[in-house]
Design a protein. Structure first.
Length: 525
């Protein structure tokens, strides 16, 4: 074992939010551990300086050993609290041997890592798993055959079903595939390699998202072709992804589980489905939902995430198992379960209005894929992610807004939000992007939650707008946006129905929304 890298030693001397260090930490970098097929998986071991037996925390992902911040957040900070920590690069990444294939190798390789742990003299038989995003998926993969040493799982801003992650609502999630691909395909052994991959994506992003066909232009973002990316975009059918879907595995998670997501995370609905499945199976998981995006949760949200993780690792049980940040009220709320009891409230569309009763009429908008409606705010990984003023977006002629009267009293929304739209389109297929906004007395419109659905035949189109925990204050107004897309968060709809990777024709669309359409809000007292 050797001293930590200089950067980590400097960071650990700084004042920090959270518990003080209990132990000094040493580490052993790049130890080869055999995968299920014998390939060497490079593994960093962070160890507290003590002769006492300590539990082990396992973290596995393609990008986990690339350096800061993962080595600090999941390595040094956890180890100094009295835990052995292993950070392992997935097969074919970060210097590990073998060939990387997103999702497919994690079950077997996770089991192989546990088998190796059993032979280590410092392993005391108590294993926990932890981590965010793909690291959470790797934990679920372990649940296919839960090892007897497993004592608890801490899944942060995670996902369980890659199909719904990359094809939410039937449209390809282009931005997350590009940004996520950097982490998955970068296979960075050094932090500077990962930084260079990010800079290359930024340099070529505009070209990639504006030119066609996509399969010819995307390689500039990655420095070459990536078979996994091409597989993602070539398969909009759920059946192709069935073996990668680990949502049903959540029912088998008999170990204590802590879940975390953010209101503008990439897949909060999947996190909440895991929570609901665990509850239905008789378990009582912890749930933390903060005012975060996918990337801000491990950054500005780290004090809350780390506190939740330490409670799980130390076996502490909070009085209420659910903690959510209520936007609008701007306060944390502790609850016994999610969602709290309430009732659905239906708001109907009018001529630019939202009202509690339906009326006649319809409204239409044009969508031109050569000048697509942009993505601003919400579940992005770019600088415009999260809560944003929607003024520029709502000023566009291809964005409809339906706004209610000023509220005489507060309305609190807690749960899943959806829109049920009676819609039709003039093209082979159309998209409807629906967004709930809070309009303050000064007219500032801020996004709360949103979603997109692709459809072809005219009729009822349901848009899952995700979960919300929001308080509309007295004097504020409820607003629904409706448009034909949010590019490049969702790949623009070409209007032809052609496979999106090879398509070159761009056909403008006119979408009509009838005023029998409605916004459904889960309102609590």
């Amino acid at each position: 074992m050797q001293r930590l890298p200089l950067l980590l030693r400097m960071l650990m001397r700084r004042p920090r939010k959270g518990p003080s260090a209990r132990y000094d930490v040493r580490w052993e970098p790049a130890r080869p551990v055999p995968a299920a097929d014998g390939s060497p998986l490079l593994t960093d071991h962070y160890a507290p300086l003590t002769d006492e037996p300590c539990p082990t925390v396992m973290v596995r992902a393609p990008y986990i050993r690339s350096g800061f911040p993962f080595n600090y957040l999941y390595g040094a900070l956890v180890a100094e609290q009295g835990f052995h920590v292993i950070l392992q690069s997935s097969r074919g990444t970060g210097g590990s041997g073998g060939e990387f294939h997103a999702w497919h190798n994690e079950p077997g390789d996770g089991q192989a890592a546990v088998a190796w742990l059993r032979d280590q003299p410092w392993f005391n038989g108590d294993l926990y798993t932890m981590g965010a995003s793909y690291m959470a998926y790797a934990q679920l993969a372990l649940a296919l055959d839960p090892p007897p040493e497993w004592r608890g799982a801490i899944m942060q801003v995670g996902l369980a079903d890659p199909y719904r992650f990359f094809w939410p609502g039937g449209a390809f999630a282009l931005e997350r595939a590009l940004v996520g691909g950097i982490g998955l395909f970068g296979q960075a052994h050094r932090a500077r390699d990962y930084l260079w991959a990010i800079l290359r994506l930024q340099r070529h992003l505009k070209r990639v998202i504006t030119r066609v066909p996509l399969l010819d232009v995307y390689p500039a973002a990655f420095g070459g072709r990536r078979p996994s990316f091409e597989e993602w975009i070539a398969h909009p059918e759920p059946g192709h992804w069935a073996e990668s879907d680990l949502l049903p595995v959540a029912d088998k998670l008999a170990v204590p589980v802590s879940l975390c997501t953010g209101w503008w995370d990439l897949a909060p609905g999947q996190v909440l489905e895991i929570y609901a499945r665990l509850r239905a199976a008789g378990h009582d998981p912890d749930l933390l939902i903060g005012p975060w995006t996918h990337t801000s949760a491990p950054d500005e949200g780290w004090p809350e995430l780390f506190a939740q993780a330490m409670r799980r690792l130390r076996g502490e049980t909070p009085p209420d198992r659910v903690r959510v940040f209520v936007t609008g009220a701007e306060q944390w709320r502790d609850l016994p379960s999610w969602p709290p009891a309430g009732q659905e409230q239906r708001w109907f569309l009018g001529d630019g209005t939202l009202r509690l009763s339906a009326g006649p009429g319809e409204t239409s908008f044009a969508y031109d894929p050569s000048h697509p409606t942009p993505s601003i705010g919400g579940a992005l990984q770019s600088k415009t992610q999260g809560r944003r003023d929607n003024a520029a977006l709502e000023a566009r002629p291809d964005v409809l807004v339906f706004t209610g009267e000023a509220l005489p009293e507060a309305v609190e929304v807690m749960g899943a939000v959806r829109a049920e739209l009676d819609a039709s389109t003039t093209a082979a297929s159309g998209d409807v992007f629906a967004r709930l906004c809070d309009v303050d007395p000064a007219g500032r419109s801020v996004n709360v939650c949103d979603g997109l659905t692709r459809f072809a035949a005219p009729g009822r189109v349901v848009v899952d707008m995700g979960p919300a925990g929001h308080r509309f204050r007295p004097g504020h107004r409820i607003r629904l946006q409706v448009s034909g897309g949010a590019h490049p968060r969702f790949l623009r709809n070409y209007g032809t129905g052609e496979p999106p990777g090879q398509a070159t024709r761009l056909v403008p669309t006119r979408t009509t929304v009838r005023h029998t359409s409605s916004l459904i809000l889960p309102v609590v007292p």
